[in-house]
Design a protein around this ligand. Structure first.
Ligand code: UDP
Ligand code: MG
Length: 328
């Protein structure tokens, strides 16, 4: 396997990042001229995920001047996972690294990822050394969530890993064959297998602008993750029915003994009656809700809608990429 003179793509989803983009471009230029210069030629793929600010103008301006740069503008905001997918599918590189626009994932670490790719790895995760700067709530919920995910899905999710990772062409083509509407790349990438490893790095603070992932969006992403990797919540119905059946048998037994053995009359029982009705009612609603979530996902999947739609790509793409070495 010859992995020496590689062509590298950097894929960056961008959503309302006009404050961040000048710093991002400067950071990329510095990395491409410095630590990444030795890695071989590189292109940058910037995916504008339906920004409402001047992000697209800035991207188009950068990608117009012939630098190895491709801008893809989605027709609206499809969400980070879809934007990433669009970028991964546009990238021509033999190895593709996805990173955040906010420079929290330092471009210098990419050189280490490329070195591991050269050694034969197909997937290299960027793994945070610590989450020191993040609020404790995010740290605790993330730890609990990934533990739960692993237990119920049987897929080992790389810990402390966001969407900062290198994928080989082989890994990308496998990933491209998974067309799920509710994408959770952090689960799908471990699922494809191949030779996977990680690089440790220190994740910085967001350099400008603010996060696009408030708690409610994190929760949506988390449930997408669970539902896309596992059907365990559906089995809850079975587990609960076993548990409740045991309780019922016990309760009926006790009542009958009270009546026949001790002669306690059966009529007073308002509390136990209400308890039974409410417990059963709540559990049934809960389980119907879970079924509904899966049913909704099945419905959305059978519609087979594309994961994203493109509004435009930067002109000059052909010229900028004409000198890209093709893989043979
Ligand atoms: N992003 C996107 N579409 C969205 C939300 C976010 O493309 O709907 C991009 C965003 O511009 C950034 C990356 O996804 O490049 C990660 O977002 P952010 O930094 O806000 O997330 P955090 O690091 O706070 O989890
Ligand atoms: Mg970020």
């Amino acid at each position: 396997m010859d992995r020496q003179g590689i062509f590298l793509s950097l894929v960056i989803p961008v959503f309302n990042e006009e404050e961040m983009l000048p710093a991002l471009f400067a950071g990329l230029d510095a990395a491409l001229a410095g630590p990444l210069a030795g890695a071989g030629p590189a292109e940058v793929v910037l995916v504008d995920d339906g920004s409402a600010d001047r992000s697209w103008e800035l991207i188009a301006a950068r990608c117009r001047d012939g630098a190895r740069c491709v801008g893809v503008r989605l027709s609206r905001n499809f969400g980070q996972q879809a934007a990433l997918t669009a970028g991964l599918e546009t990238a021509r590189g033999e190895a593709v690294v996805s990173l955040d626009a906010d420079l929290q994932d330092p471009p210098e670490v990419v050189a280490e990822m490329v070195a591991l790719y050269r050694k034969g790895y197909d997937v290299v995760y960027g793994t945070r050394r610590s989450r020191g700067s993040e609020p404790w709530l995010k740290r605790v919920t993330a730890a609990g969530f990934y533990g739960l995910m692993e237990r119920i899905s049987g897929v080992r999710i790389a810990r402390e890993t966001g969407d900062f990772r290198l994928l080989s062409r082989r890994a990308l083509s496998h990933l491209a064959s998974l067309r799920e509407t509710h994408r959770f790349l952090r689960g799908l990438v471990p699922w494809i297998g191949l030779a996977q490893t990680r690089v440790l790095y220190d994740r910085g603070e967001r350099a400008a602008g603010r996060t696009h992932f408030p708690l409610h969006k994190m929760l949506v992403l988390a449930f997408d993750g669970i539902a896309s990797m596992s059907v365990a919540p559906l089995r809850l119905a079975f587990l609960m029915s076993v548990l409740l059946f045991a309780i019922c048998v016990g309760y009926v037994g006790v009542t009958l003994i009270k009546f026949f053995v001790y002669g306690v009359p059966m009529v007073p029982g308002w509390t136990s009656l209400m308890a039974t009705v409410t417990i059963f009612g709540t559990i049934q609603l809960l389980l119907m809700g879970i079924f509904g979530e899966y049913l909704g996902r099945i419905y959305e999947q059978v519609k087979q809608r594309p994961i994203y739609l493109v509004r435009e790509t930067t002109s000059g793409q052909g010229a900028a990429l004409a000198d890209v070495p093709r893989r043979g």
